[in-house]
Write a protein that binds this ligand. Sequence first.
Ligand code: CA
Length: 488
Amino acid sequence: MAAKRIGMREQQDSNTGAGRISRRRVLQWMGAAGVAALAGEAVQARDRRPNILLIMTDDHAAHALSCYGGRLNRTPAMDRLAREGVLFSNAFVTNSLCAPSRATILTGKYSHAHGVRDNFTDFDTSQWTFPRALRAGGYRTALVGKWHLRSDPADFDYWNILPGQGAYVNPYLSEMGQRKRHTGYVTDIITEIAIRKMREWKDKPFCLLLHHKAPHRNWQPAPRHASLFADADLPLPETFDDDYSSRSSSAVHADMRIADMPDYAGDAPATLTGRERKVYHYQRFIKDYLRTVAAVDESIGRVLQFLEASGLAENTLVVYTSDNGFFLGDHGWYDKRFMYEQSLRVPLIVRFPGVARRGIHCGAFVLNTDLAPTLLDAAGLRPPDDLHGRSLMPLLRGQQPVDWRTAMYYHYYEYPQSHRVRPHRGVRTGSYKLIHFYTVDEWEMYDLQRDSNELQNIYGNPRYAYTQKGLMAEMERLSADLHVPAKW
Ligand SMILES: [Ca+2]
């Protein structure tokens, strides 16, 4: 059965002209024994399967990349990656929170299935992950930077990680369990370690997870970026003054308002009051946030340069994404968690020379559950049947399967710490979003075509009764498909 399925995929590959992948797969199917049984040339065949580099940041909102239309900053290296690969313009996370999203990326499953619903749960490292499957398939695997899953990493030949959140300046890192203090700025240090490892491993396929701490709170820019934006007032987001008047009480209840943010409270001049103080906090926050993004962009530039100089670029799949989105003053907030757009959306850019199209934007709905099956597919390995995600490989080639998803299910759990965002689940389609804060039985619904800022809650509006009913049914259908437990 497995062989038949792989055979079908092989057929697809040849139909789409991705002959190189097919050849790699053939070599892989033959396995070591098969290769050894063949004469001379095949025995010498080098494993040419693609290297995989997954670059992920922490809390980088899609609207803070210029290639995503962000108007706040410039991200030349990320933009270059997008020009040379595929930019997914509707990439969403399934639970907008650090640890749950990281566990989802590793396992290809929703929070309820991998068990990490919040930031306070240990990741059960006995479960399947895509690095484990790659390792079993002959890849060397490495993890460098932020891990945030509490348990020690289990599926990596090499790991060198920040303990917990880690520090921006002179951080400690744990290299295979050995703690060591480094001198310098965290984004640069993580980049250097990753480059060193790729250089060392360049002769055999590797999968390296390069996970930055930036741009996570508390934002500390590198000294070279300390005065970036110093002379400018950055524009306020359109929803900066959202008064939550049409929403459920859950938006009012949340504790993540720019106006009240403690980070800069002591620095604000005492003469400032009300909205002036809120604007002051915003300017301090957004500039520090974007300064930490600037170092990440430089890191990506350095990595791309290294890949070229070392001859690895043509055979390395590079992914850039973030573990969740972020409110950049949108709706008067910082942080994430809510299913609203700025938190739900993440940047996702994939460059795969010789396989993926160059410079296209793909608007299909893609989720963080899709990364694990995609990366296995790229390596010619078959993902297990119980993953919730689906390989993005056809989309990368510019072909959208007719049965691709047109709605996505979302589920956030962590409460009350931190930020008092009530648990909720919801569904998003191309035109609408329905959210249920089920612990208080409150509903919200938005018409995303007419109200992209999500300011007018239309739940219960008789004009939308038919649509509302359909969305509720769709949420239940997706929830049943995913086997989301009724109680947790
Ligand atoms: Ca995060």
